[in-house]
Design a protein around this ligand. Structure first.
Ligand code: PEP
Length: 249
C-alpha cells in the first residue's frame, strides 16, 4: 500500500511563501522525483489554499486540505470557514482533532465527532488526529484516551468501510512529541499503532499515520514499522527540501 506523507503547515507562511514551496513540490512530483508508492497531502493555512491547490493541480497522488472548518454551510459564524468555501479554494480534505485544536482551542471529543461526520457526509476526506498527553501516558491512560477519542468520532459514522477507506485516515500523534523534538521511540510507536488498529476494530483497514517530530533522519525507520501507514509532519514539512527528503525516505 502507498505510504501517505502529509504536511501540516499550521499558522506559518505568507501566501507567496506557501506558493513557492508548493511549486517546488509540484515540480518534483511532475518530474517523478518522488516514489510512485507515496500519496502526498498538504494542509496550508486557509489563505494559502488557492495558490497551493493551483501549484499542485494535476499532480498524481497529491491531495490538498484545510487545517480546520466549521460544520455549517453558511450563516452567522463570525470568523469561521465552511466546507463550500474550502472546496471553492481547491481543497477536498480537512484535518480534524489536531492536538492544538483540542488543547489550545478547547475542541471537545463531541465537537470533533460532529466535524468528522459532517465533513464525510459532505464529500470531504478527513484526517482524524488522536493522541495522549504526557500526563495521560504517565498516568497509565493511553488505552483509555485513544479508545475514547476513536469511539466518539467513529461510532456515529455509517459503517461502509469501502467508502471510508478512501476518505478517512487516522493520525496518531502523541501530544508530548508534537513540535518538541521528542519523537516517540520505536517501541512506543509500535505499541500505540498496534493499539489504534485494535481499537479501530471493524475500521482497522483505515490508514494510521504517525505524527510528532518527524524529520528526514527518522522518517525511514518510522515508515518501516508495522501498522505505520504514513506520516503527518509539522515543522519539517515547511521547507520543500526537508519535506521532499521525508517523502523520499
Ligand atoms: C503536527 O503538526 O501534526 C506535527 C506532528 O508537528 P511536528 O512534526 O512539528 O512535531
Amino acid at each position: 500500500m502507498a505510504k501517505i506523507i502529509a504536511a501540516n503547515w499550521k499558522m506559518n507562511k505568507l501566501r507567496s511563501e506557501a506558493e513557492d514551496v508548493a511549486k517546488v513540490l509540484g515540480q518534483a512530483i511532475r518530474d517523478k522525483k518522488v516514489p510512485a508508492d507515496r500519496t502526498i497531502m498538504v494542509f496550508p493555512p486557509y489563505l494559502s489554499l488557492p495558490p497551493v491547490a493551483k501549484a499542485l493541480e494535476g499532480c498524481e497522488r497529491t491531495l490538498v486540505g484545510a487545517q480546520n472548518f466549521y460544520p455549517e454551510e453558511s450563516g452567522a459564524f463570525t470568523g469561521e470557514i465552511s466546507l463550500p468555501m474550502i472546496q471553492d479554494a481547491g481543497a477536498h480534505w480537512v484535518l480534524v482533532g489536531h492536538s492544538e485544536r483540542r488543547h489550545i482551542l478547547m475542541e471537545s471529543d463531541e465537537f470533533i465527532a460532529k466535524k468528522t461526520k459532517y465533513a464525510l457526509d459532505h464529500g470531504f476526506g478527513v484526517v482524524l488526529c488522536i493522541g495522549e498527553t504526557l500526563e495521560e501516558r504517565e498516568g497509565g491512560k493511553l488505552n483509555e484516551v485513544l479508545a475514547r477519542q476513536i469511539s466518539t468520532a467513529l461510532e456515529p459514522l455509517p459503517f461502509d468501510v469501502q467508502t471510508l477507506e478512501k476518505s478517512l485516515m487516522i493520525a496518531y500523534e502523541p501530544v508530548w512529541a508534537i513540535g518538541t523534538g521528542k519523537v516517540a521511540g520505536e517501541k512506543e510507536v509500535l505499541e500505540a499503532h498496534g493499539l489504534v488498529k485494535e481499537l479501530l476494530g471493524k475500521h482497522s483497514v483505515l490508514p494510521v499515520l504517525y505524527g510528532g517530530s518527524v524529520k528526514p533522519g527518522n522518517a525511514a525507520s518510522l515508515l518501516a514499522l508495522d501498522n505505520v501507514d504514513g506520516l503527518l509532519v509539522g515543522g519539517a514539512s515547511l521547507a520543500a527540501e526537508s519535506f521532499l527528503a521525508i517523502i523520499n525516505a
